[in-house]
Design a binder for this molecule. Structure first.
Ligand SMILES: [Zn+2]
Length: 250
């Protein structure tokens, strides 16, 4: 048994027995890990207020191989995202992002880059005051890129013609654009309007501070949601759009 220390984001918390909690996390160094925090439901306990969903924490624990629940001994807050948690809309996007991690990241598969992306996205949400959906799409696009499913939004996949901000066809299966002349009636394409293509290119290339003020029309939002929904469903078995997003976007 080893004592390990890592940064983590708390994905969910469940009571366990009279006095303890089960804490599911995504850690920077060891992937998704579940802990038992013994005694953490007692009024006075060593975990203080650190155990709250979405908190970015530093956790110390006893690690034993082949055990479902590791034993947490200490947990300290790095960031509890107070602004994010006091705004219902921001919070919904925070939960949606966590839902993507829970449903698509395999347990104990280490991915420090994804962890950094998660922390960055939560920090941007915490500090922003508008257009939270842009930040959510930013997360999805980067998530796809890291998983090897990045969107190819430059040239036509068939003839390499540069596709400007024009109506184009997106092949869900191949993850890229097909120009007007190369599209054929037999294949299913997602038709992307010029506006939608332009927005998605900006979010794909730039950092959040550059598109924070970008206002997106309702039509384009619907388009983007449908596109991501179709794309995730095709490439990730069993995927379902996060509840929080379904509520916000309908
Ligand atoms: Zn073409």
């Amino acid at each position: 048994m080893a004592i390990l220390k890592t940064e983590a984001v708390i994905l969910s918390i469940m009571p366990q027995g009279e006095t303890s909690k089960i804490v599911r996390t995504f850690t920077k160094d060891y992937g998704r890990i579940s802990f038992i925090a013994k005694g953490s439901r007692k009024l006075k306990n060593r975990f203080g207020g650190s155990l709250d969903q979405l908190n970015h924490v530093k956790i110390i624990y006893y690690d034993k191989e082949n055990r479902d629940l590791q034993i947490a001994t200490q947990c300290d807050i790095i960031n509890s995202f107070p602004d994010l948690k006091s705004d219902l809309e921001k919070l919904s996007f925070g939960f949606a992002i966590v839902e993507v991690i829970v449903s698509l990241v395999v347990e104990e598969e280490t991915n420090a880059h994804l962890f950094d992306l998660l922390i960055k996205t939560l920090n941007v949400l915490e500090n922003s005051d508008k257009n939270y959906d842009n930040i959510y799409w930013y997360f999805l696009i980067r998530f796809l890129r890291q998983g090897g499913f990045g969107l190819s939004l430059g040239d036509c996949l068939r003839c390499s013609r540069k596709i400007e901000n024009e109506t184009a066809f997106f092949s869900i299966a191949e993850g890229g654009l097909i120009c007007n002349s190369c599209s054929d009636a037999k294949t299913f394409y997602f038709k992307i309007a010029a506006d939608t293509l332009q927005i998605i290119r900006i979010i794909e290339k730039k950092e959040p501070e550059k598109f924070q003020n970008l206002r997106i029309s309702q039509n384009t939002k619907r388009d983007l949601n449908k596109l991501f929904d179709d794309y995730f469903r095709y490439h990730f078995e069993g995927y379902d759009a996060p509840q929080a997003v379904k509520l916000l976007m309908t």
